[in-house]
Design a protein around this ligand. Structure first.
Ligand SMILES: [Zn+2]
Length: 466
């Protein structure tokens, strides 16, 4: 019976509110609360660091907070509290949760808490590696091939009963050479000297092309294919080779593309008593790509990831920049970052931007001397990077608009998933030949601003604020 009485009282109370509202009477019933409060508390931030919190809610409510506090006089309803990561004292502080929803009730104070965790931003700009096969982090993956000095690639040519070669192996070899050697010599500024060791005879594989599983190629199937080709290469001297390349008859057969083979220790292929953890195999698309196919696949055997997208619009990340993005792109030169990772430019040619405002003159990446990169770390594995691009060298395969190319790297992102993105991010632009900043231009990303101050024949002056 007590319960029934309480319900009855509540009904009367609500009726009293209704009466007050309808006549505007300032009777005691008007003190019944119609709004609530929201208290927001943060933990984990050092003294002096101000969080950046945005609260949105009913009726277009939108309020920013830079400190703990209580928002009063809120209409009841659901409020979203979003907290941004923030940089302070050389560390980046990430909020958890980054976003949360809290119900505010009339007459009550709801609470929301945000816990920040700080991680140091790398002081050296050499963002750390996060993958054991391919990646843009330092150090370069240890199992990938040599990239400095003479690099010897053994070439074995194979054909099939259903795809008997009609061209001379010399003519297929001429697709690769000297295109591929010249590219690496130029882009490495003479530091890598690719030497082909071709065995110019077609060797017949035991099975037809469709028996090698190319339409659903696995590591094991690929390994079996390469090993059979190497076993056929009787009399070939592999003692000086750094990498092995299997060239298939490009005119026919089910080997439609030409992937790289990247093994961990214990899973390589063997030839002449030696083990190789790095190889590449050509397919029919060699005809389409030409010799730069080898530069792309050898980019992988050197440890570089794919910069195009494995899913969705294929060239939305880097467009035609770097042949690790698009082999036939307008600007095939490797990004300055890729070359730094490979040891083709020196640490002294990379400016790691100090906090605050600084200026750097960037020498075009197509030229050997000078400062090639300015790097602005934005997190434990990420940075905004700026480099100068001119329509020179291998950046002349289309209509590149020269200027300061700015990009974002996150070394925790896998090959083919956007480890490097040209800025500003614009998924609709899958070419990006006009992406470089022009003199006077500026862009801001991840809390970093890059301004292209001026340009002359020797380079591009940029001002960065981080
Ligand atoms: Zn690739």
């Amino acid at each position: 019976m007590i319960r029934a009485a309480r319900v009855a009282r509540q009904v009367l109370w609500l009726a009293a509110i209704g009466a007050a509202a309808s006549c505007g009477d300032k009777s005691p019933t008007s003190s019944v609360p119609t709004t609530g409060s929201l208290a927001i508390a943060t933990t984990g931030l050092p003294a002096g660091a101000s969080p950046s919190i945005t609260v949105t809610g009913p009726g277009g409510f939108n309020r920013s907070l830079t400190a703990d506090g209580t928002l009063a006089s809120l209409s009841p309803g659901n409020y979203t509290i979003a907290a941004a990561a923030m940089v302070f004292g050389g560390s980046i502080y990430s909020p958890a949760p980054a976003s949360q929803s809290v119900a505010v009730t009339a007459g009550l104070t709801a609470t929301a808490s945000i816990a920040y965790t700080g991680q140091p931003i790398p002081a050296t700009c050499r963002l750390p590696a996060r993958f054991s096969d391919l990646g843009l982090g330092f150090p370069r993956v240890v199992n990938r091939q040599k990239v400095i000095g003479d690099v010897r690639a053994a070439l074995v040519f194979v054909d099939f009963s259903d795809a008997v070669a009609t061209r001379a192996p010399q003519s297929v070899f001429a697709i690769l050479s000297p295109t591929a050697e010249n590219y690496f010599r130029a882009v490495s500024f003479g530091r890598m000297n690719l030497i082909f060791e071709p065995s110019l005879v077609w060797r017949r594989m035991s099975r037809p092309t469709n028996a090698y599983g190319w339409n659903a190629l696995t590591f094991a199937l690929h390994r079996t294919y390469i090993q059979e080709a190497l076993d056929l290469a009787v009399g070939v001297d592999f003692t000086q080779s750094d990498v092995v390349i299997i060239i298939s008859n490009p005119d026919a057969g089910a080997l439609n593309n030409g992937p790289a083979f990247l093994a961990s220790p214990g899973f390589g292929v063997t030839a002449g008593g030696r083990t190789f953890l790095n190889a590449a195999t050509s397919g029919r698309d060699l005809i389409n790509w030409g010799g730069y196919w080898l530069n792309h696949e050898m980019g992988h055997t050197m440890g570089l990831p794919d910069l195009y997208a494995y899913s969705g619009s294929g060239h939305r990340f880097v467009g035609g920049f770097s042949l690790m993005g698009l082999i036939s792109g307008h600007s095939r030169e490797f990004f300055g970052w890729e070359r730094w990772l490979l040891g083709w430019i020196d640490d002294a040619q990379v400016t790691c931007a100090a906090q605050g405002t600084s200026e750097t003159v960037l020498s075009p990446v197509e030229r050997a001397a000078g400062t090639k990169l300015v790097v602005m770390p934005t997190g434990p594995t990420s940075a905004v990077v700026a480099e100068s691009r001119r329509a020179e060298g291998y950046d002349t395969n289309g209509q590149l608009t020269p200027g300061v190319l700015v990009y974002f790297i996150d070394t925790s992102i896998a090959s083919g998933a956007g480890v490097l993105k040209v800025l500003l991010i614009n998924d609709a632009d899958t070419n990006k030949s006009t992406a470089p900043l022009q003199p006077g231009g500026s862009l801001t990303y991840a809390g970093v601003t890059v301004t292209f101050v001026s340009q002359d024949a020797t380079g591009d002056r940029v001002r960065v604020v981080r």
